[in-house]
Design a protein. Sequence first.
Length: 322
Amino acid sequence: MRHFEKPRVVVSRCLEFAPCRYNGQVVPDAFVRRLMGQVMFCPVCPEMEIGLGVPRDPIRVVAAGGERRLVQPSTGRDVSDAMRQFAGAFLGALGEVDGFLLKARSPSCGIKDVKVYGAADAAAPSGKAPGFFGGAALERFADRAVEDEGRLNSFAIREHFLSRLFTLADFRRAKAAGGMGDLVAFHGRTKWLLMAYSEAALRALGRVVANPARWPAAEVFAAYGPRLAKALARPPRPTAILNVLMHALGHVSDGLSAAEKAMFLDVLEQYRRAAVPLSAPAAILRAWGIRFQAASLLAQTFLEPYPEALLEITDSGKGRGA
């Protein structure tokens, strides 16, 4: 069985951890519950950290005079500077982190779709933007896996988030070990996953690992890390994933019967039509890898990019393009 490094994830404290929403409630979230035990969570409630109590009157983002402010309409209190100072201090002291899972549409934690009002007492919003803390997290940690709990109801977004999160954690483990052999091993087991995300990035990262200038390992890791994060920034296209699955089939095809090959190609067609998830053909390939003792196939994280316990097929219905 594959060993998974536990990702380090900053999470909004109101998501399953504490009743700290403005109304004194905790937000139940099945995905956060499943992640417990699989990741190392760092819960935070920015609004409580700047002295707003529980329960509290709501705050909102107000855009006036070309500047966004964070205000509490019922009291007229402006907490913009306090929130910016907290966000800067917290994120600056955070250290190594692999991702963020934040409360959707929160004026503090939201990463997008936060309502922006033209005045503190406006009846309707005039636009949308990131929240103050969530926006700061996106800006400082643009190369990490950052999502809100609402978007993660989409299976496609959730799959990309988890693949990215656990790959970044795996790289962090290799970097902590610090040897060139550790980087070579990481790159070797991540090749097919990178091939699915971007063949150009795979080739570029391969050149970094080759290290023709014979740089010290620390410098090679420093060059590799940002390129890896950039390669994983956008979800892979289903057509690229299909190409990798066909590539993987080539590692075991000599031992398969015509009926087995036809069955696998039928599963690939179902995947192309979004009728089955990637885990379906991946499970078949892992079984054949065990059957034929295909070590090169079984070593690839592409076939199991995150723990099986986190696989759930439920979806918001937005589809792969969500």
